[in-house]
Write a protein that binds this ligand. Sequence first.
Ligand SMILES: Cc1cc2nc3c(=O)[nH]c(=O)nc-3n(C[C@H](O)[C@H](O)[C@H](O)COP(=O)(O)O)c2cc1C
Length: 223
Amino acid sequence: MFYEPDKNNHGLRFNPFKSICVPRPIAWVSSLSAGGVPNLAPFSQFTNVSYDPPHVLFCPRADTDTARNIAETGEFVVNMATFAMREAVNATSAVVPPEIDEAALCGVTMVPSRLVRPQRVETAPTQLECRLHSVMLVPARLAGHGQAVIIGRVVGVHIRDDVLTPEGRIDIARIRPLARLGYLDYTSVESVLTMPPPDGPNAERSRRGLEGRPDMAVAAAAK
Ligand SMILES: Cc1cc2nc3c(=O)[nH]c(=O)nc-3n(C[C@H](O)[C@H](O)[C@H](O)COP(=O)(O)O)c2cc1C
């Protein structure tokens, strides 16, 4: 089949698009309004953008409290959502007035961050403290449904000690990160396969980059 999104002529009962870029990890984003009201909400239009220094990107609708808070204060925290936390993650997506703190409403314990004012989810296995880099607006077919593309520079990274293996890797199968599929469907990461880059003149360099080991040329240049 073929359809044009501008015509939405897919003829299916459900729009298939959200089932195509899958699985999407979920940024559980905490922010603060200019007046100091905390906010927590999940966003699956989320990925990392760069690595050194790290930046992340997520896309809340421009009319959400999250998008407004970040435009006003320039700070947020991305908490990793896990299978164990799925009910709370879902509960914090409820549309409530801006003066309501979803974390308190849904019984999610927050703890202070180190470098930014919004707090972080205590039990999240990783929490990224971010400062706003830029916001772009993507228009929608429906008036008022425009999407903000928010890029944040990660200035602080928390990793729960118990999710690090003795070799110093994040133990993803143990964390079971939660991810969105389309429709009302979710999945979680439960198995990991390992695959080195193909052999060739740059294999060692690629391997270092993929593995997250320091690039020797970059390390030497930094000296
Ligand atoms: C798992 C999950 C993922 C979501 N992803 C997005 C997203 O990427 N973009 C978005 O605009 N809304 C997304 N939503 C809906 C928002 O969480 C919802 O609009 C929320 O009320 C926004 O909260 P806020 O107004 O407090 O910022 C998602 C909801 C769930 C349950």
